[in-house]
Every structure is written in C-alpha cells, then in structure tokens.
Design a protein around this ligand. Structure first.
Ligand code: FCB
Length: 441
C-alpha cells in the first residue's frame, strides 16, 4: 500500500461515552439516566445487559489513561454524565463532577488533550418523566448543566462538543423506540429534534460565556445517501427524504439558520423568536461520525414504528459489500464523499467517531477497516478538505446501547468478568499509525 502522511498537527485520538464504559451507576450521588431505565424494560437491550459494571472505567480511569498513553493517543474524546453532575437534572453534585475533574487532570498530566462532549445520550430519567426532549424546558436544563461543567473545567478544557448525534437521540429514542427512552411517537421525535438543537444553541452560548478560549462545536452522524436507481423518481425522492432526515435537518439549522422545508413539517411551528439565531451561532468545528453510507429505494411498504418519520416506506436494499459484526456494510469511499460534501460548510472537520464491531483480539478485520477509512480521510485532504483529526471508536469494548456488550468496538479488549484489558492487534497497529502520522513506506 502506498504511503499516506497527514498534515502536521493532525490529531489522533480515540473516543468513548460515559454510559458505555463507566459502570458505577448508583454511586456518589448519580441518579438514573434514561438508559438505566430503558435497560430495565424487558427485552429492550439484548441479553438484559445494563450499565453495570460496564468496563468499570469509573474505578479504572487512571489505568485507562495509562493505556491511552502507551498507545500514543494525542487526544481523548469522552462524555460527561449529566446524571452524575446534576442528578435528576437538579442541583449540582460536587462528587459526581469531581470524577471529570480528576479525569481531565490525569489526561493533561500524560499530555493527552481532553475532548469533552456534554451530551452522549444519558438524559436524567427525572427529566424524561417531565417530557424529556419533547419538552422545550429540557433545553434550558441542559444550559444549566453546561454552565456547571464549563465553570468547573474552563481553565483546563479547550475542546467542547455540545451534543453527540442528536439524530439518534430524537429518532431512535422518540420515534423508532430502539434507543432510550423507547418512545414511538413521531410528533415527540419532531419536537425532540428542535429541542436538542435549541440545547446545542444554548449550550454554545454558555460555553462562549464561560470558556473564552473554547474550540466548540457539535458532532453529527452523517451519511452519504444515494438512490438505488438514479433514473427512478421514487428512489430519488427516497434519497432526498433520508438525506433530509439524517443530515440536512441538523446541518442546515447550524450552518444556514433554518430547517429544510421538505421534511418534518411540524418543526416550523416549534420555533420561537430567537431560537434560530442561537442555533446558528458560529461553531469552530463540525464533528463527523461516519460508519457507513446508504443506498435507498422508495418502493417499500410503510412500516411502523419507524425512525424515518415521514419516510416510513423507504428501504435500504443490501449491496454486495463486506459486513461488520453489527451487519453494517463497509464502504470507506463513502467517508471521502461525505467529507468532500461537507467542505463547503466552511468549518474545520474532525472525524469524531469511526470504527467497527468485530470479535477477537487478533482483529485483522478491524485493521483493514481502519486502514481503509483513514486512507479515505487522506484522500479528502488531498482534495483540499480541511480535516484536522481522527478519533477511533472506540478505546475500549463497551456497552453498545440496544446491542448490550455483544458488539465489540474496542481497540482494547475488555474481559467484562475480570475487567482485564488487552491491547488488540488493531491497537498496536493504530499506535504505529499515530507514531508515523500516517502509514509507513
Ligand atoms: C455511534 C454512537 C456511539 C457508538 C457507535 C458504534 O452512533 O455515537 O456511542 O455506539 O455508534
């Protein structure tokens, strides 16, 4: 394979999320999140897995940071658990906050740059009981929570992300019923979209006020979407609808200050004066999570419940591509396409998640996956796209949401019975990529 080097200063990291690795869900004043409650619903999460003990990162944090150091990671993307910091969405819990204070200090001590995400899906259950993201008030509770975290860490954390993948929170959580809180109410999902974006805007304002030197943005899961048959009108319309629901409904408000007119007609009436100005305040970067692309057909029968609100008839016919252990098609070219498409949004891009589930420690298939996708980023940079960093998902095997612990995304293998960590072949491989700032001769 040919040599690929990355621009000087390109950031190499790995990512995790609080609920997926921390465990210790009932200690030090943490309250339930929607995921704790969802795990208790019979059959909602495969094998009845829960957040405990997870990868026990709450107790093994210092060891895990030492592992990051041993791999040469330059940056670590993690999320803060709202239900630790403001349990039930209420008063500040200093004990919960102190975990992140120590994490940040431990990272900085090892020369690893903290990349902090405020919301990676663990809404306090008490706020869900009051309507969750379908309730506008939740956005204001998020602003309070952001104030708390920024006030504590402004002196040490530069890189801030408001939300991770609001698409999943809104549509998998409130329309498809696949993620917490498990609701199947399209109207609630539409409301959740706007209130999540409002939370992003209010969160950005709090970050700007409290962290003058912040580099701040939002992370979206974005997918290139194409029709099965570009000459078939209903396939073309299906591609428009899925692109609208997956990509444009989140990109347009941030970058253009408006929602697209062709999807979710109910959105317009939720917008109050001043909302769109907040949501479209400048971001310093866009976080891009890429796992796969979509080719869609408009010839299916409507199926309900569906996360594709207003496009319930769209199908995703399989292609002749390799599959990960999650059954996701592998197509690294899609990442180049996506990054090139995003270039005209005018902000630096960071790939904040990319990776795959594969079993085993001798994980050559993950090496092949990562190799292809990192080269795809190189190809986008060669075409002039301003991509500044890459965060592999994930540092550790972890709780893969509705799939429980069955799908292993880690560079580091976790034995969930003993909490033993073992660097996989891919971790050793990635450490070399980082050391070489790309691929050797
Ligand atoms: C993304 C999530 C992340 C992880 C990966 C596999 O959608 O942000 O938490 O589950 O998928």
């Amino acid at each position: 394979m040919s040599r690929v080097t990355f621009p000087a200063g390109f950031v190499w990291g790995a990512a995790t999320a609080a609920f997926q690795i921390e465990g210790s869900t009932t200690v030090d004043g943490r309250s339930d999140s929607i995921w704790d409650a969802f795990c208790r619903v019979d059959g909602a999460v495969r094998n009845g897995d829960t957040g405990d003990p997870g990868a026990d990162h709450y107790n093994l944090m210092a060891d895990d940071v030492a592992l990051m150091k041993s791999m040469g990671l330059q940056a670590y993307r993690f999320s803060v658990a709202w239900p630790r910091v403001r349990p039930d969405g209420g008063a500040v819990n200093p004990l919960g906050l102190s975990f992140y204070d120590r994490l940040v200090d431990t990272l900085l001590d090892k020369g690893i740059t903290p990349w902090l995400t405020l919301y990676h899906w663990d809404l306090p259950q008490k706020l869900e009981d009051m309507g969750g993201w379908a309730n506008r008030d939740t956005a204001y509770r998020f602003a309070e929570y952001t104030n708390t975290v920024t006030e504590c860490l402004a002196d040490r954390v530069v890189h801030w992300t408001t939300l991770n993948e609001p698409w999943c929170s809104a549509f998998l959580g409130y329309a498809g019923g696949i993620h917490a809180p498990g609701r199947t109410d399209p109207e609630a999902a539409t409301a959740a979209v706007h209130h999540l974006m409002l939370a992003h805007g209010l969160g950005m304002r709090a970050i700007r006020e409290n962290v003058p030197r912040a580099v701040a943005g939002v992370t979206l899961n974005l997918f290139p979407v194409a029709p099965v048959d570009p000459a078939d009108e209903s396939d073309v319309d299906a591609a428009r609808a899925i692109d609208g629901l997956q990509n444009r409904v989140f990109l347009d408000p941030v970058f253009d200050g408006s929602y697209p007119a062709d999807v979710l007609p109910g959105l317009a009436e939720l917008v109050q004066p001043g909302d769109m100005e907040l949501i479209s305040a400048p971001v310093d970067f866009l976080g891009v999570n890429y796992y796969r692309d979509y080719v869609v057909s408009g010839h299916g029968e409507p199926r309900l419940p569906s996360e594709w609100v207003g496009a319930e008839h769209v199908t995703f016919p399989p292609r002749d591509l390799p599959l990960t252990d999650s059954g996701w098609e592998v197509n690294s070219d899609g990442l180049t396409t996506l990054l090139v498409d995003l270039a005209d949004r005018g902000v630096p891009l960071y790939v904040t998640e990319n990776g795959a589930a594969y079993p085993g420690i001798e994980d050559d298939d993950r090496v092949t996956f990562l190799d292809g996708h990192i080269r795809a980023i190189g190809a986008a940079i060669d075409r002039g796209v301003d991509v500044r960093g890459y965060f592999c998902w994930s540092l550790l095997d972890n709780f893969e949401w509705a799939e429980g612990y069955a799908k292993r995304f880690g560079l580091v293998h976790v034995d969930f019975a003993t909490q033993q960590r073992t660097l996989k072949r891919s971790a050793h491989w990635y450490a070399r990529v980082i050391a070489d700032n790309g691929f050797g001769e």
